[in-house]
Write a protein that binds this ligand. Structure first.
Ligand code: AMP
Ligand code: FE
Ligand code: FE
Ligand code: ZN
Length: 283
């Protein structure tokens, strides 16, 4: 089997349904040789994932997927191969946590006004047992399904929680420019996530002028000729072209781990960059 590494997946530390260890076991069982776990606004998975990857012989480097907003809309930004000891990136994640708590509260108020009360505790239960889980809209959607307000998670997004829908609240602004700076400060590489999903051409054009290091060109939810357009945009800029499945497990059961991937050359560029940082001190 040739070398394949999936650089985009989520664990129970954000809105995925597998624990970091389960994710690594699945990667191994799926014949992947490398992985980066990219939880939303968090890299807490690595405390468990890094030693376990070593144990089972899977190559792993640091990752996260940051939410950014601006006048032109919101975009996801992948961070790779940053220093897991970075205090500034940890503080940045803390700011996201505060932003999310406020925003989630606002969403729950909007749902209550629509006659669909969901308590913070019910969302917490839907988010699973991980203590420092990043709570997002998928967890609110899950709680809404459990209370019988909507038949399934995608209906919750389609009717109420999706961007611009009646119970959506964007929360505090953290811009793409600042996100890139924070990633660079932590010694990492900043990559435009799934550009195929960016609807506003003005936003995409603005992002393409920023100081990114790469673009996620391989994202199999889209036809090969569409992926190729983004691969070309990256190549034209001399950026690295990354790829990954955006695996979440149960919340998106149609997407298997490893559906998109990068080969050994791209993986090693990031892996070697990651190994050059000091490893996290053991407790
Ligand atoms: P949040 O990070 O709280 O703003 O929630 C965004 C997350 O919700 C995304 O990363 C996806 O995992 C998920 N999501 C977005 N749209 C949908 C949808 N239509 N159906 C299911 N999940 C979605
Ligand atoms: Fe997600
Ligand atoms: Fe995303
Ligand atoms: Zn993702």
């Amino acid at each position: 089997m040739h070398f394949r590494a999936d650089l985009h997946c989520h664990s129970t530390c954000s809105d995925g349904s597998l624990t970091p260890k389960e994710l690594l076991d699945l990667a191994k069982a799926s014949d992947l040789r490398g992985l980066s776990i990219t939880d939303h606004d968090s890299f807490k998975a690595y405390a468990e994932a890094l030693p376990y990857a070593e144990e089972i012989g899977l190559k792993l480097f640091s990752g996260a997927e940051f939410s950014s907003t601006g006048k032109l809309g919101s975009a996801h930004i992948l961070a790779y191969a940053f220093d897991l000891n970075s205090k500034s990136l940890e503080a940045f994640c803390e700011r996201h946590m505060i932003r999310r708590n406020e925003r989630n509260g606002e969403i729950l108020r909007l749902l209550e006004k629509k006659g669909m009360p969901v308590s913070a505790e019910e969302v917490r239960v839907a988010a699973g047992p991980f203590k420092e889980v990043i709570i997002g809209r998928p967890h609110i959607a899950k709680a809404m399904v459990e209370k019988g307000y909507v038949p399934h998670i995608s209906a919750a997004f389609h009717r109420y929680l999706g961007d611009g829908k009646p119970c959506y609240a964007p929360g505090d602004v953290i811009t793409a420019e600042e996100t890139i700076d924070q990633i660079h400060k932590a010694g990492g590489k900043a990559v435009i996530a799934h550009p195929h999903l960016i609807r506003n051409p003005g936003l995409l054009a603005a992002l393409l002028r920023m100081d990114f290091d790469g673009i996620e060109g391989h994202y199999a939810g889209f036809a090969p000729h569409i992926q190729q357009q983004f691969v070309k945009l990256g190549v034209d800029r001399g950026w690295m072209v990354t790829g990954g499945s955006d695996f979440h497990g149960d919340p998106k059961p149609h997407i298997p781990l490893g559906r998109s991937w990068v080969g050994e050359e791209t993986f090693n560029l990031l892996y070697e960059h990651f190994l050059a940082h000091e490893l996290p001190a053991a407790d």
